[in-house]
Design a protein around this ligand. Structure first.
Ligand code: AMP
Length: 193
């Protein structure tokens, strides 16, 4: 496989961020976590940051056109020539459609979607623990519940990518090392295809 365009799918707290960062080093590919990108934009007070802030504080999704613009300029950049790792995007079907559209325009497509599967109670517990450790302003119990609600149904995204035959489930209810071993095995199998 000459190019590896990866999407990490899964609820907040499923560990996909941790795995994404390790993968970034392992695969030497840029890692685009939309939550991190938006939080940086808010800190820097950019136009996108100002717009996103109000939604993020409530735990709502920022509008599709805002986030699609953020991603478009990155995946079309020189840095992402050999591929990329997307985390937190797409979150909705219109975003998935937009992603396919912009990749199609440059003759590319998503190679693989890793779906991090985790029981909901476990994801909530992990988020509350992270809130205590990092004091993220959107990790309060109320906002966490709202984010869980919103992201409980990536079912349509899962179905979308399953139908394309590029979805692989990852058992995310294990240790970081065990999950990473599973991810690596999946990538090796895909590379051998
Ligand atoms: P995360 O760090 O992925 O949990 O994202 C934090 C917040 O950023 C979310 O609660 C949303 O408000 C916003 N966000 C991140 N990614 C997206 C996206 N793909 N679409 C809409 N909003 C997003």
């Amino acid at each position: 496989m000459s190019e590896l365009n990866l999407v990490l799918l899964g609820p907040p707290g499923s560990g996909k961020g941790t795995q994404g960062e390790t993968l970034q080093e392992d695969l030497h590919l840029p890692y685009y976590a939309t939550g991190d990108i938006l939080r940086a934009a808010v800190r820097e007070g950019t136009a996108i940051g100002l717009e996103a802030k109000q939604y993020m504080e409530r735990g709502d999704l920022v509008p599709d056109d805002v986030i699609v613009g953020v991603i478009a300029e990155r995946i079309d950049g020189a840095e992402a020539e050999d591929g990329f790792i997307l985390d937190g995007f797409p979150r909705t079907l219109p975003q998935a459609d937009a992603l396919d559209g912009m990749l199609g325009e440059i003759g590319r497509e998503i190679s693989l979607v890793l779906h991090f599967m985790l029981p909901e109670e476990m994801a909530e517990q992990r988020l509350l623990r992270r809130a205590a450790e990092q004091s993220r302003s959107d990790d309060t119990p109320d906002v966490i519940r709202r984010r869980m609600e919103l992201q409980r149904a990536p079912d349509e995204l899962v179905a979308y990518y399953r139908a394309k035959g590029i979805l692989v489930g990852i058992h995310a209810d294990r240790t970081i090392d065990e999950v990473f071993a599973e991810v690596q095995a999946v990538l090796e199998t895909a590379a051998a295809r």
